[in-house]
Design a protein around this ligand. Structure first.
Ligand code: PMP
Length: 285
């Protein structure tokens, strides 16, 4: 495998950043993940726009133009012969002697790219079975709209899920509402058959897959209620699913060990998965 580090493609095992990289010491870094279909980037524009926003919220300059970044991302895929998979980009503020405040003199951001392959046959089998989710108290900071590498609460939540035999954890806020998953947005088809997902004015990540799926849903003549739901709502829902560049649209069949929708993937979720993938493939660049 080949990785990209600060202007160079290097063997994955030799791809390193400095010990005083601010991403390493302070999580002073943002990232993006694109799903890859046929060697092309899915929802490319959306992910670039969010990258620019995340960087600007942290006053880090975009390390290169969108156009240049697209070329480098695709080159990373090409060199690794990835047709179906994912590509990860991380941009940190850069390397400087450890201090919380930003370095006084401007430093160059660190840019890292890694790729991974996905066996779509395995993913489809997983989707056809559905996955379990556990709930966990929301304990993240107040800027979850910024896609930073400060992912310790997310990592701990995912570990809790794994130990329970589940694939994802849903954070639940002080009012008892689900905010989002540790690496995905959360949805239900409620007992009245309405699609429901939390609004993005709340402290959650504005998922790009979520956004594209909204367009797909509108084209299907369906509507989405952008309103939070509780785990109890999910237990009584007809269906539940998650969205993200990794999971795409993935049916959820249990929450905290109790089945949702009879413990089988819902029809709406499976249809939306198919339609999302079709659209992502058709619009990938
Ligand atoms: N929420 C969180 C916390 C995430 O990490 C992700 C995955 N990046 C998502 C939602 C889904 O976002 P996207 O559809 O842009 O991958």
């Amino acid at each position: 495998r080949i990785a990209y580090v600060n202007g160079r493609f290097v063997p994955h095992g030799e791809a390193v950043v400095h010990i005083e990289d601010r991403g390493y010491q302070l999580a002073d870094a943002v990232y993006e993940v694109w799903a890859v279909f046929g060697g092309k980037l899915a929802d490319a524009e959306g992910h670039f726009a969010r990258l620019e926003r995340s960087l600007s919220e942290l006053s880090i300059d975009m390390p290169m133009s969108r156009k240049a970044l697209t070329i480098v991302l695709k080159e990373a895929l090409r060199r690794n012969r990835v047709r179906e998979g994912m590509v990860y980009l991380q941009v940190s503020r850069g390397v400087a002697p450890r201090e919380h405040a930003f370095p006084l003199n401007p430093i160059a951001p660190s840019v890292v790219i890694t790729v991974s392959m996905v066996d779509r046959t395995v993913s489809e089998a997983k989707a056809a079975k559905g996955v379990g989710v556990v709930t966990t108290p929301e304990n993240r900071w107040g800027r979850c709209d910024i896609k930073t590498v400060g992912l310790l609460p997310n990592a701990l939540a995912k570990q809790k899920a794994r130990e329970a035999g589940a694939a994802e954890a849903w954070f639940v806020d002080e009012l008892g509402f689900v905010t989002e998953g540790a690496s995905s947005n959360a949805w239900i088809v409620d007992r009245e058959g309405r699609l429901r997902t939390r609004d993005t004015n709340a402290n959650i990540l504005r998922g790009i897959t979520r956004r594209t799926l909204m367009d797909v849903i509108a084209e299907e003549g369906l509507s989405v209620d952008e309103r939070p739901f509780t785990p109890d709502d999910a237990h009584h829902a007809q269906e539940a699913f998650i969205t993200g560049a990794g999971s795409l649209v993935l049916p959820v069949v249990s929450l905290d060990g109790k089945p949702i929708g009879g413990g089988k993937p819902g029809q709406v979720a499976m249809k939306l998965r198919r339609l999302y993938i079709e659209r992502a493939k058709a619009t990938a660049i």
